[in-house]
Ligand binder design. Structure first.
Ligand code: HGY
Ligand code: MN
Ligand code: MN
Ligand code: MN
Length: 397
């Protein structure tokens, strides 16, 4: 049986390093290495390995051969560009170790326990967050998914076919197979001051693509008064998003931008910025978006540019199962903190369909989506124990 440290080391060189961060995009050679590792872990534990039509990997432990819905745990293996190593993989590694722990305890579950690794959770390659779980629940149209395009112009259907996955198999899966979902995840801010906490809810959030169009021209000869510079409208939008977020007690970020033609001596003809916005309530998020859109439109009028804002993926208010939170508290101790998060998760997508809860592991750096993301090994071990306790509670009673 592996210790946390040993199992963690097995993936710590795949797709990056702790100092530089990880680039682990869906349906790439790096992800394939992680898939190979997952499959080997399932095999080493004599778990039944499967890949479904959405390319989610499953490893099933069902020693009693019992029929019926499973208690599912797991997370994702993909990352944001140069992200930390914990966001996602911690939940998958902990899931394998929790099964080891239950075996060590001599537990025989009364229902199957399944480990899942969802694809493209970050949406880093095709832009739609939690794409694997959205497809599974029917929350995203498979036809539309097949035509999503990455930054190299590769469609999702082509990316799948490149690894012998059949794009025609994308789509909803029977959720009646899932009795409950428990996702363990590194906490992504400074909210947790003890090793393990329980998730209560996820802030409503979304991603919007903002396309600014103007008139490309020479940087040296075009009079300042003659310009239609979309970069100006874009710059205004970034500052306005920050201001709106502060006014609303919300969060707004523009972390990605594409400029055409991207030349120092040319006024750009086109700028695309991607807005990530999140708020404690859906109405606050709506207010933020409508206020911001109006301000940007006014500014575009002054700049002689045009702007279109398109939602790429949105997630409404999510509260995890009260009953499961109660059972986690009974199992882990009534003093275990129960906390909301501003980060999105496959658990958030599944929670609209099946009883779902999350466990968080302390993040001493308070950083995520960046190489400095951390969790101490001792806290990760406490996370595995907690996950094993919760799985025993949900799968044995
Ligand atoms: O972007 C997010 O909130 C997440 O970590 N997938
Ligand atoms: Mn993430
Ligand atoms: Mn994650
Ligand atoms: Mn010239």
């Amino acid at each position: 049986m592996s210790s946390f440290t040993d199992l963690w080391r097995e993936i710590s060189d795949i797709g990056g390093s702790p100092s530089e961060g990880y680039v682990r995009f869906a349906w790439t050679a790096v992800e394939w290495e992680l898939r190979t590792w997952f499959r080997a872990q399932a095999k080493a534990r004599d778990l039944e390995f499967e890949v479904d039509g959405n390319t989610t990997m499953w490893a099933t432990w069902n020693p009693g051969g019992v029929p019926g819905p499973a208690v599912v745990t797991g997370s994702h293996l993909d990352s944001v560009p140069h992200g930390g190593g914990y966001d996602g993989p911690l939940g998958v590694v902990s899931a394998f170790l929790a099964v080891d722990e239950l075996r060590r305890r001599g537990v025989v579950p009364a229902r199957p326990i399944r480990i899942a690794a969802f694809a493209e959770e970050e949406g880093s390659r095709f832009g739609v967050a939690c794409l694997g779980s959205r497809l599974m629940t029917g929350a995203f149209d498979p036809e539309r998914a097949r035509t999503l395009t990455d930054s190299d112009g590769v469609t999702l259907a082509e990316a799948l076919a490149g690894y012998d996955f059949d794009p025609a198999r994308l789509g909803p899966a029977p959720l009646s197979d899932v009795a409950a979902f428990v996702e363990l995840h590194v906490e992504q801010g400074r909210a947790l001051t003890v090793p393990v906490g329980i998730g209560s809810s996820i802030w409503p959030h979304g991603r919007w693509r903002m396309d600014f169009t103007g008139e490309g021209n020479h940087a040296g000869t075009t009079l300042m008064g003659d310009r239609h510079d979309p970069m100006l409208t874009y710059a205004f939008a970034v500052l306005a998003a920050n201001k709106e977020a502060r006014t609303h007690g919300a969060h707004a970020t523009v972390g990605r931008v594409a400029v055409h033609p991207n030349a120092t001596n040319a006024i750009p003809s086109r700028v695309t910025g991607w807005l990530d916005a999140r708020a404690a309530s859906a109405s606050t998020l709506d207010d933020l978006l409508s206020g911001l859109s109006a301000k940007i439109a006014t500014r575009a009028g002054k700049d002689g540019t045009t702007v279109t804002i398109t939602a790429e993926s949105t997630t409404g208010e999510i509260g995890f199962s009260d009953a499961l939170i109660e059972r986690c508290l009974t199992t882990l101790g009534e003093k275990t903190p129960v906390l909301p998060t501003g980060a999105g998760h496959d658990a958030g997508v599944l929670s609209a369909f099946v009883p779902t809860v999350m466990l968080f592991v302390r993040n001493p750096a308070g950083v995520s989506h960046a190489p400095a993301e951390r969790a101490d090994d001792e806290d990760c071990e406490a996370g595995v124990e907690a996950l094993a306790d919760v799985l025993a509670e949900l799968a044995c009673r």
